[in-house]
Design a protein around this ligand. Structure first.
Ligand SMILES: Nc1ncnc2c1ncn2[C@@H]1O[C@H](COP(=O)(O)OP(=O)(O)OP(=O)(O)O)[C@@H](O)[C@H]1O
Length: 315
């Protein structure tokens, strides 16, 4: 049996819609529609989809916050909506846009409260706190009230808080949203270590394809409540035929850049946009441009998740 098993899972909501000044109609929204998948222990899976696709509804059912309308699910052998309390000991949850920490308390006090709530054994708690404080560089922040932390610091605090009770599964909802490049990199590194050394299973929702690229060997795509793709990121790019963009700022204006493996899509003064296949390495394209042109600056933009998903349908 897999660690997470979802079979034919659906969840609908009834929404009242105003149709005239005096009349409202009840309308059914099918947020998750006959969804089936399984996740094995130790996997790192990206769960992506456009806004309103049904990601949060799925995670809420997996954590026992929402009861399914139909279908079945099992997380660590537990039915989440029936045994929510038992399940909370086995899972950790981190929401990028909300904190689970106490706003006015120093980080250390929030952690101590969690120790009591989860009844974590003192030795284990001390060991985990020491390890996460070091790995997440929280040492100087433990006595700072949460409201004074920067977004990146708070996110590190939230992740430590979600892990103090040694969960087997960690759900992360947009963990890198709003973080700068350095903080994103550090956080991804930590998650990789957590998975490699403690075998924690990660299910990650994100709009940042680089989170997936750097962390997940598997990606599931949901759209309108349906699972439309389940496989590797390479296969997703291949199916979608998606491209990355190299933005080149030349020292002077020039005719469209001519290098193998990339095509110019737009020219605006000295700035040119070149596209190349997302699954290809950027290095040869960058090297070819740098070798033949006077370059002032270069940057690479990833395809938006919405574009990759749209491409699956149009192929
Ligand atoms: N409590 C609710 N009542 C009514 N409709 C809801 C409720 N929760 C979600 N929905 C609807 O269900 C659909 C799926 O929403 P969900 O929040 O799961 O999407 P999501 O993929 O997490 O989106 P986002 O990326 O924007 O967070 C949407 O149409 C949403 O409006």
């Amino acid at each position: 049996m897999s660690l997470i098993e979802v079979t034919d899972l659906s969840r609908t909501f009834e929404v009242r819609r105003k149709v005239s000044r005096f009349r409202r109609e009840v309308h059914e929204v099918r947020a998750v529609d006959h969804l089936s998948f399984a996740v094995g222990a130790g996997e790192m899976v990206g769960y992506i989809g456009p806004n309103g696709a049904g990601k949060s509804t799925t995670i809420k059912m997996l954590t026992g916050i929402l009861v399914p309308s139909s279908g079945s699910l099992s997380v660590a052998g537990i039915d989440p909506s029936r045994n929510r309390v038992e399940l909370t000991r086995r899972i950790g949850v981190v929401f990028g846009q909300r904190t689970t920490l106490w706003w006015d308390l120093p980080l250390r006090d929030s952690f101590e409260l969690l120790r009591r709530i989860y009844r974590i054994d003192r030795d284990r708690y001390r060991r985990n706190l020491a390890e996460f404080t070091e790995l997440l560089e929280l040492g100087d922040l433990l006595d700072t009230p949460v409201r004074q932390l920067s977004l990146g610091q708070r996110m590190r605090g939230d992740i430590a808080a979600a892990l103090l009770h040694d969960p087997e599964i960690l759900y992360l909802d947009e963990p890198t949203i709003g973080l700068d490049v350095v903080s994103k990199g550090r956080l991804r590194e930590f998650l990789r270590t957590l998975n490699a050394e403690r075998g924690v299973t990660l299910l990650l929702t994100t709009h940042d394809l680089q989170d997936i690229e750097q962390l997940c060997s598997r990606v599931m795509v949901i759209d309108h409540g349906f699972l439309v793709f389940d496989g590797s990121l390479e296969l997703l790019h291949e199916r979608g035929g998606s491209t990355r963009t190299l933005v080149v700022d030349l020292v002077d204006e020039a005719p469209p850049i001519d290098v193998p493996g990339a095509e110019v899509r737009k020219v605006e003064g000295p700035r040119q946009w070149l596209s190349f296949p997302a699954k290809a390495s950027a290095a040869p394209v960058v090297a070819a441009v740098a070798a033949s042109y006077d370059v002032a600056d270069l940057s690479i933009t990833e395809p938006a998740i919405e574009d990759v998903i749209r491409a699956i349908y149009t192929r």
